[in-house]
Design a protein around this ligand. Structure first.
Ligand code: MN
Length: 208
C-alpha cells in the first residue's frame, strides 16, 4: 500500500497566532511530506509494504520505523489541534482525567512540564497505558506509544521544527499556546474507539 500525506482539516492560516502558515508550510508541507516519501521509498516492493501504518510502527526497525512513526505521529498531531479555540473534555474522557490526574489543570501541568523538559527532539503524549490508566509520557526522536501497547490520546511535537519559526528557542511558550487549540473531541474519540484512530488520523490524502 502507498502511504499518503493527509490533508489538514483547516486552512494554513487558521491556527494563527498559535502556529503561522509558514510553520504549517514547512512542518506539514515539507517535514511530514518528506517522511511519507521516504517511507514509501523504503517499503515499496517489500513485505513491509503490505502492512498498515500502525502495524509498521509496531514491527519495523531502523529507518523504516523512523519514517513510519514520524508519519503516524505527525498525522496524529494534526488532529490534536483545531482552530477557534480548544473544546473541553467531557463525559468518559473528563472522568478518566479526573480519576488519574485529579483535574484537567493537573494534567496540563504534568504534560507541560514533561514537554518542556524533554531533552532534544521528541514527542510528549497523553496515553491510556497497557494497564488502562491515563499517563503522560515522552518519547525521543520518532518514538511512538503504540510500540508499548499504549493507546495514544493527545500529542505535542517538541522537535524544534515544530515551533522554531514562531517561538524561536522558547519551547514553553509554544506549549502554553498549544493548550488554546486542543481538539478534545478528537482525544475523546481515541479513548472511545482506539481501533478507529488510524483511519481518523490518515483522513483524506493530499493531492500529490
Ligand atoms: Mn514534527
Amino acid at each position: 500500500m502507498k502511504h499518503h500525506l493527509p490533508q489538514l482539516d483547516f486552512a494554513s492560516d487558521a491556527l494563527q497566532p498559535f502556529l503561522s502558515s509558514e510553520t504549517l508550510a514547512f512542518h506539514h508541507g515539507k517535514h511530514h511530506k518528506a517522511y511519507v516519501a521516504k517511507l514509501n521509498a523504503a517499503v515499496e516492493g517489500k513485505d513491509l509494504g503490505q502492512l498498515s501504518l500502525t502495524e509498521l510502527v509496531k514491527k519495523a526497525q531502523g529507518g523504516v520505523f523512523n519514517n513510519a512513526a514520524q508519519h503516524y505521529n505527525h498525522s496524529f498531531y494534526w488532529r490534536c489541534i483545531e482552530p477557534g479555540g480548544a473544546s473541553s473534555p467531557e463525559g468518559a474522557l473528563k472522568a478518566a482525567i479526573d480519576k488519574d490526574f485529579g483535574s484537567l489543570e493537573k494534567l496540563r501541568e504534568s504534560f507541560s512540564q514533561a514537554a518542556a523538559t524533554h531533552f532534544g527532539s521528541g514527542w510528549c503524549w497523553l496515553v491510556k497505558n497497557a494497564k488502562g490508566r491515563l499517563e503522560v509520557v515522552t518519547h525521543a526522536d520518532a518514538g511512538c506509544p503504540v510500540t508499548e501497547g499504549a493507546t495514544p490520546l493527545l500529542t505535542c511535537d517538541v522537535w524544534e521544527h515544530a515551533y522554531y519559526i514562531d517561538y524561536r528557542n522558547v519551547r514553553p511558550d509554544y506549549i502554553k499556546a498549544f493548550w488554546k487549540g486542543v481538539n478534545w473531541d478528537f482525544v475523546a474519540s481515541c479513548l472511545a474507539k482506539p481501533d478507529g484512530i488510524e483511519a481518523t488520523i490518515l483522513g483524506t490524502p493530499t493531492k500529490d
